[in-house]
Design a binder for this molecule. Structure first.
Ligand code: MG
Length: 249
């Protein structure tokens, strides 16, 4: 028992010493700084929602079914070939989210040159419900007019995408290269029978689009008006969601 005392004394003294006179601190060796790891570019939430969510598919099917029911009811008894539906193309009938995804993964934004190259690839795909809606309009005797702000020079590639996926249409009214993006004059031409496509005057029974400017005389300014300014939506006007880009952006 006694033989343990010296060790105990040493331990007590050592402990006491530490509290009185701290051992000199050894300069800390700086930890190796990890090489910065660049975050992998990630597509925006908007693009991922469009590409990955069940909700996106559900909404497109829902809207096109509602549009189908409306057109069936609104055109009962009308002579075939006297009426039309007008639709936008991008993010309404065809899906360009792969372009958005590729740009995000490359850490780049939209630009005109890359968009033109994407169009030339003809890789846009049909959106849910669009093809069935177009088929139904045609079966009911309606004309299908696509009013798109793709340029005239891009119209052949756009028509080829529609044809490749059996997306029915009677006229593709593109925007003159460098011309204004407003669509009202083209809507008016459909009604008046003055389009370059040579269609007769047509009563437009429904509009479908993802941008407020896909609907006659509407702009973002309508947001400041009362709900009555939106009365045609769900009845004659059918709007689809596009959180990736638009005149709101
Ligand atoms: Mg669009």
């Amino acid at each position: 028992m006694l033989r343990r005392w010296p060790l105990l004394v040493v331990l007590v003294l050592a402990t006491g010493c530490r509290s009185v006179a701290p051992a000199p601190t050894v300069p800390a060796v700086p930890a190796a700084t990890p090489a910065p790891v660049a975050a992998a570019p990630r597509a925006s939430e908007a693009t991922r929602w469009i590409r990955d969510s069940a909700e996106h598919r559900a909404i497109f099917l829902q809207v096109f079914r509602q549009a189908t029911a409306f057109v069936e009811q609104a055109t009962a008894g009308r002579a075939p070939g006297t009426w039309a539906v007008v639709l936008d193309a991008d993010e309404t009938v065809i899906d360009n989210s792969l372009y958005q995804l590729e740009r995000a993964e490359a850490g780049k934004a939209y630009d005109r040159e890359s968009w033109r190259a994407w169009i030339a690839r003809r890789e846009a795909t049909p959106l849910p419900g669009a093809g069935a809606f177009l088929e139904r309009v045609r079966a009911l005797g309606g004309r299908i007019v696509i009013v798109t702000n793709r340029n005239h020079s891009e119209c052949p590639d756009t028509e080829a995408v529609f044809a490749a996926h059996a997306l029915a249409f009677d006229a593709m009214l593109c925007k003159p290269d460098g011309g204004p993006s407003e669509k009202n004059s083209r809507f008016d031409a459909v009604a008046a029978g003055t389009t370059a496509a040579g269609l007769p005057p047509l009563e437009i029974v429904a509009f479908v689009g993802d941008n407020i400017q896909d609907f006659p005389r509407l702009t973002q300014a309508v947001r400041q008006q009362g709900d009555e300014a939106f009365a045609a939506f769900g009845a004659r006007y059918f709007v689809l969601p596009n959180p990736m880009y638009g005149s709101w952006d």
